[in-house]
Design a protein around this ligand. Structure first.
Ligand SMILES: Cc1cc2nc3c(=O)[nH]c(=O)nc-3n(C[C@H](O)[C@H](O)[C@H](O)COP(=O)(O)OP(=O)(O)OC[C@H]3O[C@@H](n4cnc5c(N)ncnc54)[C@H](O)[C@@H]3O)c2cc1C
Length: 455
């Protein structure tokens, strides 16, 4: 165990610093004053006490997938959380304890052995703590709701250096604020998350040439209006580069893709629901590639083909209301074939279903009042992000009539993009909790922009 007095964080140039500041998003390098990788609760406590004594703010990272959304951190100690112990599954209680640092792939593998799964996201490498506490849009989402609603307890070290476990009975006010409140409450060291039977799964992605995008978008959009809750899908316009891992048929051109996951009680029902979605789409034209198939719980992580290795990216995100034909046309004008879109991927994740309702006892962000989550992501030019940022601004303006004015913390890729996750009274409520648990503002720099009036 590290005693507080012995704690020495890495400084720029130290190997410890270089390891702790590694980010998945290579377009968002971070330069804190000091950095450390914490592998136990005691190390987290020592780091928090050191920062308080040294007059540094505290910032946290797990994987750096969300590095672009983080405010700059010059006067801060960055704590990278890689806590040990592994995922603990209680199959009878249908809950898993997940130490901070755990990636989605580890949780999915641990729960699959019991025929269970969770409302995880599309990538195996994303850190679970912030995926969960920042909302969490899952392929199971229209059945399971926002992933944050599955959080049963949070373990954290607060600004006083004390390790706490909060849940619905123990400090329910802090427990509510932690779930979607935008951060700035402490260093999370573990979460307990609800599990459910994986059921029978069918999922995948179908890709067509970009010239078919108008027809595919119209038909998919019409299907979403009364789609069953067992099915969660997305539509993306892709400009994939010719690099290893990208099928040659999809590289170097604009394509349109419909991907998704069906979870049903029987294999026949899962296949029927997938067929209801896909048959009308297949009738529009021959796909360039098609991966829809019966899946295992672990196979679900392959649907989206997210990059496994660090990449540079920058983008724009907004929640959208239902799209009329004008909205479809605007989306294609901005992002379709011939638009000159610089975005590698841009599209709509289908909401509705259980996403639309906050369960009893939910956190401050428990549901989404929108039809789609829009996100576009591209690689900034080596000379700088200006060209991409200008295209982000065009997306913002063009999609204005359909934007709800809301965003989800997880999907923000640039901390300066307009964002709004909570109502004013909810911001005031979570700020009251911050002032109680962190009166000196040790964690203020970590709060998502627009989720506080304190910064
Ligand atoms: C390829 C890719 C696929 C994605 N797929 C999905 C998806 O399907 N659904 C979805 O909802 N989102 C998705 N995301 C978004 C993802 O959920 C967010 O980027 C999320 O913030 C990543 O969490 P992280 O801890 O890995 O990232 P990090 O960049 O390490 O952390 C982001 C923020 O989380 C906070 N944080 C991290 N660790 C701790 C801790 N221990 N204690 C307290 N705060 C902490 C900090 O504020 C930090 O700035 C995806 C992102 C990428 C790049």
């Amino acid at each position: 165990m590290t005693e507080p007095g012995e704690f020495v964080p890495g400084r720029p140039g130290d190997p410890e610093y270089e390891t702790a500041t590694r980010v998945f998003n290579l377009a968002a390098p971070v330069h804190p004053a000091a950095a450390v990788t914490a592998r136990s609760v005691d190390e987290v406590r020592a780091a928090v006490r050191h920062a308080a004594a040294a007059g540094l703010g505290v910032r946290m990272f797990t994987s750096g997938h969300g590095a672009g959304a983080a405010r700059p951190m010059p006067e801060a100690l960055l704590i990278r959380t890689e806590l040990g112990g592994g995922v603990e599954v209680d199959p009878a209680g249908r809950v898993a304890r997940v130490p901070a640092g755990t990636r989605a792939g580890e949780l999915v593998a641990a729960t699959a052995k019991h025929g269970l799964t969770s409302a995880h996201g599309s990538s195996a490498n994303v850190g679970l703590v912030n995926y969960l506490l920042g909302g969490g849009l899952s392929g199971y989402g229209r059945f399971a709701g926002l992933a944050v609603n599955g959080v049963r307890a949070v373990e954290l070290v607060t600004a006083d250096g004390v390790a706490r476990r909060v849940d619905a009975e123990h400090d329910p006010e802090l427990f509510r604020a932690l779930r979607g409140g935008g951060g700035g409450f402490g260093v999370v060291t573990a979460v307990e998350v609800a599990l459910f039977p994986a059921g029978q799964l069918v999922g995948g992605a179908t890709y067509w040439a970009g010239e078919l995008a108008e027809a595919v978008l119209a038909r998919w959009n019409a299907w979403t209006t009364d789609a069953p809750r067992e099915v969660t899908t997305g539509l993306r316009l892709l400009n994939l580069p010719a690099v290893p891992g990208v099928p040659p048929a999809l590289a170097g051109r604009t394509t349109v893709c419909v991907d998704g996951l069906v979870r049903a009680g029987s294999a026949g029902e899962a296949r029927r629901l997938a067929d209801d979605l896909l048959r009308p789409l297949y009738a529009l034209g021959e796909p360039l590639a098609d991966t829809w198939s019966v899946l295992t719980a672990e196979g679900v992580l392959g649907i989206h083909m997210d990059p496994p290795e660090p990449v540079p990216f920058l983008g724009e995100h907004h929640l959208l209301s239902t799209l009329d034909s004008q909205g479809e046309a605007e989306l294609l004008r901005l992002l379709g074939a011939g638009s000159g879109s610089p975005f590698v991927g841009a599209g709509l994740r289908q909401l509705g279903g259980a996403f639309a309702t906050a369960p009893e006892g939910a956190g401050v962000l428990g549901h989404l009042d929108a039809a789609f989550s829009f996100a576009a992501s591209g690689v900034p030019d080596p000379s700088g992000p200006e060209r991409l940022l200008a295209r982000c601004a065009q997306l913002r303006t063009g999609l204005e009539p359909w934007r709800t004015g809301r965003t989800v913390p997880n999907f923000v890729e640039h901390f300066e993009q307009p964002q709004r996750h909570l109502d004013d009274d909810e911001v005031a409520a979570v700020d009251r909790v911050r002032l109680r648990v962190d009166p000196a503002g040790l964690f203020r720099g970590d709060i998502a922009p627009n989720a506080t009036a304190l910064v």
